[in-house]
Design a protein around this ligand. Structure first.
Ligand SMILES: *Cc1c(COP(=O)(O)O)cnc(C)c1O
Length: 229
């Protein structure tokens, strides 16, 4: 197991890199939020991050978040937890209870389930639509050509305010055109938040307008293999 100082060292170096990357493209570093992706990382390893003042974290499974984060939220009430993995409609209630931001709204069935639970719970998390920016059959997300209509449907039919877009470009390809397309879709729909860029490609995402980058392995080291959707 990696020791905690090493995690924080990686984190500190990454923050400096983000600040430098932002300045290089004339962006204010504070306009870029680092979402620390903590899937598979046990709670004890995250306490130093909270103690150091970090607040924004991402998990890809509802169940894992429910097990891990209630105790961590006791340390700091203002933690902002993002769901960045696929959501099933029968987990909508748990997701709204566990997360402050849900980045993976991607189909009417999910939007309908979220709308129902928002009413029931009286709590609306911040919501992003996931776009399958490379139109990959194995990946979640609405197709780019359907994004405008789906965002409008969320707003009008389900009364769900959509604040942003999330995307994961195809692996092993130049990410720039995908990031650029995501930005165009966000802009034309008036969405202020753009979640894109991971350990391997975040500098490019910063150049192309990301407001949120989601970084895991560059901080915590390699995880056991998992399936990305
Ligand atoms: C795991 C994950 C990340 C972080 O990936 P790293 O390459 O470890 O930085 C970002 N986004 C999503 C949706 C993920 O599932």
């Amino acid at each position: 197991m990696a020791d905690q100082n090493t995690d924080l060292d990686h984190y500190t170096a990454l923050r400096a890199d983000i600040a430098r990357a932002a300045k290089d493209c004339a962006r204010d570093p504070s306009s870029i939020t680092l979402t620390c992706v903590t899937k598979t990382i046990e709670g004890a390893r995250l306490e130093p991050f909270i103690a150091a003042g970090h607040r924004v974290f991402g998990e890809n499974r509802v169940q894992e978040a429910l097990g891990k984060w209630p105790a961590l939220r006791d340390i700091a009430a203002d933690i902002e937890l993002h769901l960045i993995g696929p959501l099933q409609s029968n987990k909508a209630r748990q997701a709204i209870e566990a997360f402050d931001v849900i980045e993976t709204v991607d189909r009417p069935k999910i939007a309908a389930a979220l709308a129902q639970e928002v009413q029931h719970l009286g709590r609306t998390p911040s919501l992003y639509v996931q776009v399958n920016i490379g139109e990959e059959p194995q990946k979640a997300g609405v197709a780019p050509r359907d994004a405008d209509a789906f965002i409008a449907q969320c707003t009008r039919e389900f009364a769900l305010p959509i604040e942003g877009l999330m995307c994961i470009p195809p692996e092993g390809q130049q990410a720039s055109p995908y990031f650029a397309l995501a930005r165009v879709i966000a802009q034309r729909n008036g969405l202020a938040k753009l979640s894109m860029g991971m350990s391997g490609d975040w500098p490019l995402a910063v150049q192309l307008g990301a407001t949120h980058i989601r970084v895991g392995s560059a901080i915590f080291g390699a995880r056991a293999p998992i399936t990305l959707r």
